[in-house]
Design a protein around this ligand. Structure first.
Ligand SMILES: [Ca+2]
Ligand SMILES: [Ca+2]
Length: 194
């Protein structure tokens, strides 16, 4: 059976995996202007799709998670800690949002969304997941939105694997160029048949 040459297989994976991991993480980009509590923030829109307007302030309810309460009969110190965690990471920061495409806003008029920290101008860490990983929230998977929190941990694996493959692919590419320069086409044929 004919084998797919290793560099081409790597290249195919490098091209495929980001598409699997990305989803729609950049539907809205803006600055967090106020942290209400651990799972609710206000964001001033910089730009986004046609559901929002530049300069508009929208209230966001982070999707499929629940932080301890800060008000009312169920208020507790953990609620305050979750608020402080969100404030430390988000207040004044530019972030990306994946707005819910299924229902959009909750009954309180808040956009349901997954929030991604900005990593060099691109969507980076999933903040909803960070709240869970840091024990500041628990998963509460509402079925009336587009999100599946069970996939967040897979997405992280895919993203890190993509990065590793990209680095490996770059190394192979540099190696093949060097080999090609030194040994000409024979070197390249040898590498592609590995
Ligand atoms: Ca969306
Ligand atoms: Ca859900």
């Amino acid at each position: 059976m004919r084998r797919c040459p290793a560099p081409f297989a790597l290249l195919a994976l490098v091209l495929l995996l980001p598409a699997m991991a990305s989803g729609s993480q950049d539907e809205v980009y803006g600055r967090v202007s106020h942290v209400v509590d651990g799972d609710t923030v206000d964001l001033v829109v910089d730009h986004g799709d046609d559901r929002v307007s530049a300069g508009e302030t929208i209230r966001i309810r982070l999707a499929d998670i629940d932080c301890p309460e800060t008000r009312g009969a169920r208020a507790c110190p953990e609620g305050k800690a979750a608020t402080e965690y969100a404030r430390a990471w988000l207040l004044g920061q530019y972030v990306f949002l994946d707005l819910d495409d299924k229902t959009g806003k909750d009954p309180y008029g808040r956009w349901v969304a997954v929030c991604y920290l900005s990593d060099q101008g691109r969507p980076g860490r999933n903040f909803n997941k960070m709240l869970v990983d840091s024990d500041n929230a628990v998963i509460e998977d509402f079925k009336n939105n587009e999100f599946d929190p069970g996939s967040w941990w897979n997405q992280e694996w895919i993203a890190s694997t993509t990065l590793r493959l990209f680095r490996t692919s770059s190394t192979v590419s540099v190696f093949s160029s060097a080999l090609g320069e030194k040994y000409g086409l024979y070197g390249l044929f040898f590498l592609l048949s590995v």
